[in-house]
Design a protein around this ligand. Structure first.
Ligand code: NAP
Length: 349
């Protein structure tokens, strides 16, 4: 028998959609993604981008405090044992995700730790093939597979992730390790300018490293970067290596020149990559309309409907603009309500 709703993904959008769908008696089935080396390298393991971060200080409801007692009662001991040590400074990304997942399960959500690798949305009930080789059927689908930040792929970048290397200034910029320190932002688009500008609130100085001699960012944003006395633009440079050690994390960068100049070494406590994101939409194989940038297109203003009736999208897979845990969670809630109403209108529920 077909499921009422299948949710694909396991970030804040997916779990919030599951919580709402479960409470609406839709008995959601979540495909949270498979735990594979391929997914680890791509940054698409279960629990999404938040599982790759450390402290989360801007998710409402989680002020700084000691959550230990609560976690011990809320999570199974084997899950708790796998989480990073919890210090008394609010919630971390991995813990927030485990709590959301558990909350969804508490309301009866079923979770399968596999990827959806192929879909057939031309047939209804929709057909979804999972990485376990099985095919599942569903009357409605919520796609919440998120996006992954692009990295350059340097081994040193990988080594210092969460210890000075980040792809999200808004998430990590206010951490103590970056306060009053020189920081590096890589990229020349609007995100890079926005991240650099944001980081000037905390940093002693921000170097923007761009591979060309002209920013891609819009004029107004580019001017903002150039006028900011704390931002120094380094043109025609690419990040060659992140420097650091196991004890301190990032201590600097080595930059190569794209125009034949000598390499440049700089002291820095952090490196922020702002070279774009890639939404996780490959498995859709073009069956749902995407924007020019490859994100799922929301076809109705303030709704999570996609170009296909019965298929809804939530979170970063459809949003290249806000990209916050709380906005993803909000749109996950919207997708569950949209799916429920659609199923009811069709007489399925
Ligand atoms: P983007 O516009 O695609 O810019 C990516 C930047 O990263 C480019 O400068 C690019 O260099 C550089 N880059 C890409 N791959 C690289 C590599 N391998 N090595 C070195 N540099 C590399 O991405 P974005 O800045 O994230 O912006 C995405 C979209 O969101 C844009 O449409 C943007 O306007 C929008 N946005 C708007 C705002 C705002 O209005 N407040 C804020 C953020 C984002 P090249 O220039 O040489 O290609």
């Amino acid at each position: 028998m077909a499921e009422k709703v299948i949710i694909i993904g396991s970030g804040p959008a997916a779990w919030t959609a599951a919580i709402y769908a479960a409470r609406a008696a839709l008995e959601p089935l979540v495909f949270e993604g498979a735990i594979t080396e391929e997914n680890r390298l791509a940054g698409t393991l279960p629990l999404g981008q938040l599982a790759l971060t450390t402290e989360v200080e801007n998710y409402p409801g989680f002020p700084a405090g000691d959550l230990r007692g609560y976690l011990e009662t809320a999570l199974p001991p084997e899950t708790l044992a796998m989480l990073p040590p919890h210090e008394a400074h609010g919630v971390t990304g991995p813990i927030l995700m485990e709590l959301m997942r558990q909350q969804a399960k508490n309301f009866g959500t079923r979770v399968i730790t596999e990827d959806i690798v192929e879909v057939d949305f031309q047939r209804h009930p929709f057909q979804l093939r999972a990485s376990d080789g099985k095919t599942y059927e569903s009357l409605a689908v919520i796609v919440a597979t998120g996006a992954r930040a692009n990295y350059l792929g340097l081994p040193s970048e990988e080594r210092f992730k969460n210890r000075g290397v980040s792809a999200c200034a808004v998430c990590d910029g206010a951490l103590p390790r970056f306060r009053n320190q020189p920081l590096v932002v890589v990229g020349g688009g609007d995100s890079a300018v926005e991240e650099a500008t944001y980081l000037t609130k905390f940093a002693s100085k921000v170097y923007m490293v761009h591979r060309r001699d002209q920013l891609r960012a819009s004029k107004i944003m580019a001017e903002r970067a150039m006028k900011n006395p704390k931002i120094e633009l380094l043109w025609n440079r690419v990040l060659e290596e992140v420097l650091g050690d196991d004890q301190r994390g990032v201590t600097g960068v080595r930059l190569a020149s794209t125009v034949g100049q000598a390499p440049l070494e700089l002291e820095a406590a952090g490196v922020f990559l702002a070279i774009g994101h890639t939404p996780n939409t490959k498995f859709l194989q073009g069956q749902v309309e995407l924007t020019e940038k490859g994100y799922i297109r929301w076809t109705t203003p303030f709704r999570t409907h996609t170009s296909l009736e019965g298929v809804f999208a939530a979170g970063d897979v459809a949003d290249d603009y806000y990209r916050q845990a709380v906005t993803a969670a909000g749109s996950g809630c919207m997708a569950a309500l949209d799916a429920e109403r659609w199923l009811a209108a069709k007489g399925f529920h």
